[in-house]
Design a protein. Structure first.
Lengths: 251, 136, 118
């Protein structure tokens, strides 16, 4: 199969735990067509050049969140970045920063998965609603309060971008805190107090120093920096008012 | 533990020097570093307050230092630093606010920034005008 | 989970940041350029009698205290974050020293202002 005359050199960070002491870059010459994504480049390598290369991928259309990686040092989705933009020149592909490398471009995401459960990522209504009560009704404005934060695809690019998470994995991190806000801000939800137990902590919103790179790299414009930082004011007010509120009524 | 699991050996890359990895980080740190000069200005004023308490001669000494070329140069730099602070402050501020609605539509963050920067320009001008008006 | 105490410092940081964003340029111009160079302003503005009268007035005390204290608290949080970001891991010691210095300067400003009398 002819792939065209253009060739790009892809330097991929390799790491085989059973063979390597530490990661190293391996170069591949990849012929490509103009519409090829970085992911397609990797697939060409695996199919035609080096079957040992490991990487996660699924939908190829920026909705599954599987193919997050460092592309020339910037967190990005393999399927959303195109080889033509890096040609001519070298393209460096590495596993997502701030996560332990399992193998090649596959990172250990256990920390993210555990934290996801911690923020109770589901609606907690004040009263359980029966079918006979019908649907919840929401105005467009109520929807706007959380809609953008609900578009997160859990790709973890924001975690690769966040230096605070990089320096301290105790920090819950941008994506999950954005999801926490998504549920808190949903008019159907009443679980804010439960979630803010984590939110009020250093591992919660106060671990964020508003670097803002998370929002820059997010492929879905979730704007986690906005989700987190708009909770600081509320958390601060709650901090000072907690002594004048009835016991247990944390916001 | 199976033999398969034993072969796992996740590798954590060092975080040291993270800020060198991307221009975005360097810009962020440069912005944060301007706060050092904000502190410096506050200390200059604190020092002036100290001199004020020590009497006319001491205070006049402080005023004399402010007139010196190095001091004027420093304050020219401080002027730029505070101007940059005004701009960068309102660039980040929209992130700390909940969504604001104006005439049915959500106010975009750049618009909030523009409003903030305009307010900063106006208030700073008013303060200068106030001082020009105070002299008898 | 233990609540963060960051809100205390964050509120001071926010107040200082807002005040300096709205008045910083003007204050630097007046005290550092305008008055010393007699540019738009008369050097008499910051003469000893004038400044003493200003600092002895309750409003003057408020302004001077607010500017010095809030600017310092704003900078303290950011400088401590800078240390943390550069990997200077002094832990609670750096926070103690940094915030301690800011507190010291705040108390010094208050003392000096009160010592000037009314």
């Amino acid at each position: 199969m002819t792939n065209g005359n253009k060739i790009i050199e892809m330097e991929v960070l390799r790491y085989r735990p059973e063979l390597d002491q530490e990661p190293f870059y391996q170069s591949y010459e990849v012929p490509f067509l103009d519409d090829w994504s970085v992911l397609q480049g990797l697939q060409y390598i695996k199919d035609d050049l080096d079957g040992t290369l490991s990487f996660r991928w699924s939908c190829r259309m920026a909705i599954c969140g599987s193919c997050g990686m460092m592309i020339n040092g910037v967190p990005g989705l393999g399927c959303q970045n195109f080889l033509r933009n890096y040609h001519p020149g070298k393209l460096r592909v590495a596993a997502l920063e701030h996560f332990p490398i399992e193998r090649d471009l596959v990172v250990v995401v256990d920390d993210f998965m555990n934290k996801l459960a911690q923020i109770k990522p589901y609606l907690i209504p004040k009263q359980v609603r029966g079918l006979d009560q019908g649907e919840y009704l929401q105005t467009p404005q109520q929807l706007e309060q959380y809609r953008q934060f609900s578009t997160c695809i859990n790709c973890m690019l924001c975690y690769a971008a966040c230096p605070q998470y990089g320096m301290n994995a105790d920090f819950t991190g941008p994506g999950i805190l954005a999801l926490m806000h998504r549920y808190n801000a949903d008019s159907r939800d009443d679980g804010r107090a439960q979630r803010m137990e984590l939110g009020h902590a250093d591992a919660g919103v106060w671990g964020c120093t508003a670097v803002g790179y998370c929002s820059e790299v997010c492929p879905k414009d979730v704007d986690p920096a906005h989700a987190i930082n708009q909770n600081k004011m509320g958390s601060a007010i709650d901090y000072f008012l907690r002594f004048v509120k009835p016991r247990g009524a944390s916001q | 533990m199976s033999a398969q699991t034993d072969k796992r050996h996740p590798y954590l890359r060092p975080i040291r020097g993270w800020w060198k990895r991307d221009r975005y980080y360097i810009r962020y740190l440069a912005m944060e570093a301007t706060s050092i000069l904000i502190a410096l200005y506050a200390l200059i004023l604190l020092f002036g307050l100290l001199r004020l308490g020590q009497g006319e001669a001491a205070f006049n000494g402080w005023l004399e230092t402010l007139r010196s070329p190095p001091s004027v140069a420093l304050h020219s730099l401080l002027l730029l630093v505070f101007a940059y602070h005004s701009y960068s402050w309102f660039k980040v501020m929209p992130k700390t606010l909940p969504a604001i609605y104006w005439r049915g539509a959500k106010l975009p963050q750049p618009v909030i920034t523009r409003i903030g920067v305009s307010a900063a320009v106006i208030v700073n001008l008013l303060v200068i005008i106030l001082f020009t008006g105070l002299q008898s | 989970m233990k609540r963060s105490n960051e809100p205390v410092f964050w509120v001071l940081f926010g107040a200082g940041g807002m005040l300096s964003a709205l008045t910083g340029v003007a204050l630097v111009f007046v005290t550092g350029i305008g008055v010393p160079l007699a540019l738009l302003l008369s050097p008499e503005l910051m003469s000893y009698p004038n400044m003493l009268a200003f600092a002895q007035h309750w409003f003057g005390k408020l302004v001077i205290f607010a500017v010095i204290a809030l600017f310092l608290w704003h900078a303290t949080l950011r400088i401590l974050l800078l240390l943390h970001d550069f990997g200077i891991r002094a832990g609670p010691a750096s926070a103690l020293i940094g915030n301690g210095l800011a507190l010291l300067c705040t108390l010094a400003a208050a003392y000096l202002l009160l010592a000037l009398g009314f």
